[in-house]
Design a protein around this ligand. Sequence first.
Ligand SMILES: [Zn+2]
Length: 110
Amino acid sequence: MMVYVGQGERVVPIGPTEDRDCPRCEQVTAFQPQLRYKFGQFDLLFGFVYGKRYQLACTQCQHGWLLDTRLTERSLDRSPIPFHLRFGWLVLVGIAALGAVVYWMRQGGV
Ligand SMILES: [Zn+2]
């Protein structure tokens, strides 16, 4: 069985831009609230997310601020992270548990 293993990093816009005074551009620019996360992936189906952070970044120079994760997630309708990356590890745990049960039954069980 071929298993595809990959990893990457994504930046997802999570809302409309807002005008802010950017200290690096020294002018008012559009700031984009976004989620940046890294992910690992097995076989395009199962994955996991790490290094998740919400930020407000200048669209000109990428300078920005970190946003509070809990407050930001509360304001979102749904998570911008794909389902299979958020819950893929549960599938892996399920498969492992199933394998353990099958193994246990083959041993004769109780
Ligand atoms: Zn800037």
